[in-house]
Design a binder for this molecule. Sequence first.
Ligand code: SF4
Length: 496
Amino acid sequence: MPRLFYTPPTYGGHSPKYQLLPFRYTRMDGEELLVNEAGEYQFVPNGVVDQLVRHQLSTTTGLYQTLKAKHFVHDGDSSPLLDILATKIRTKKAFLEQGVTLHIMVLTLRCEHSCQYCQVSRQTADRTTYDMSTASIERSLSFMMRFPGKHLTLEFQGGEPLLAFESLRYAVGVAKELAAKHGKTISFVVCTNLAVSTDHIFRYLRDENIKISTSLDGPAIVHNANRLRSGGSSYDVTIANIRRAREWIGHENVGALMTTSRFSLAYPREIVDEYVAQGFGSIFLRAINPYGFAVKTVERTGYDSSEFLSFYGAALDHIITLNRNGTNLMEVYATLILAKILTPYTTGYVDLQSPTGAGISVLVYNYDGKIYASDESRMLAEMNDQTFRLGNVHEDTYLSMVQSPAFQYLLSASCNEALPGCAECAYQPYCGADPVRHHATQRDAIGHRPTGTFCQKNLGIITDLFRRIRTADPALQRIFFAWIRNKPHGSLISCD
Ligand code: SF4
């Protein structure tokens, strides 16, 4: 029988003292940063990676023992450590066991605001044909109950969902009945600008334990420039209603999100200070998304990734200084990434997941009964692109949805471990795939990562955070861990 392969000594002369485990690396400021499959990291002097892969690193050094303990290499007595590595990777992917846990119901596309960057393509407040019917509400909720998770989140979105308050009441009632029947619990969140809120509505939200996520873009000069509203200042209405909402449903049950427009870029400190002044414990510095009116107004509202990263860095510097001086304010996006870097756990934030959260951890039931893979997918649909329509609550089963060509297309680009560019990227365990955004901006779900804003933003922010981690400043470490301990749940940070 002819030998098909040469023996190992043919290639190296002797068996190596250690084996490599999968890892990626990048160079940063004169050092090398190694990251393994479980997201553990290690900074090493320049040249160590070369020694490591040539099996020339001395096994008697402290660095070797560190790399072994952190699962970058293994040797003869490593087998228990390999089991630990497997457990860590399983823990990072634990979100897959639950199926879809975040269910978004678009009760109406109507809204009485006309924000410059509106990503959902809102309709005017009188156009009730853009409201969800009771039949679609019922079918959506039945669909939602088919997922295995014992605890689900139902998030009401719009438009402005409080314009369809009776539909919201109906949906909550049916959802509670169905949840009791299926042995599930549900958390409710309403994403609202609060402009049409009344005491009657607040009383109901309090009695039903429904949380509020509202929009605050910064001080009046920024908020009113971004969020236009006929009949007066959106800022004044929002601030007054945040106070009322807190009185009714409790301070901790009212969150706020901001969107960064071109105009906002000049005000990083002022936006942060506004969140402190209004008593918020967190701020989410969100870039504008390329959907809806934001595409039409891009000349006025858009900017490139480097401009956003400058804004983000300045705001983060200011937030950290405030924390050092005793003011507790976390930046949500940094916290989500830090949790991935510094802990073994996953975060539940669908944009930074692999496989992607779209369709796998989140589904959207649109006002017309159609099911979309994510909030961005339904925004795209309002721009006449139905690529990520996975089905219809009146026609489809779970099986027909996951077998649909739309779902298959989504899945084909959903694992960043296998995407060109990401597969070799050191930041891959901390990042996501976002096929919907790549399809929207590059007409391809995989896309060309280096020229995409998703990659540019994440590359910039993760590098920024590693530079800060690398300083090993104990006060900064304490701030970062305090943020991670208090991080908000994913469901409160997905509203647009
Ligand atoms: S999107 Fe960019 S930063 Fe994220 S894993 Fe891919 S290559 Fe890395």
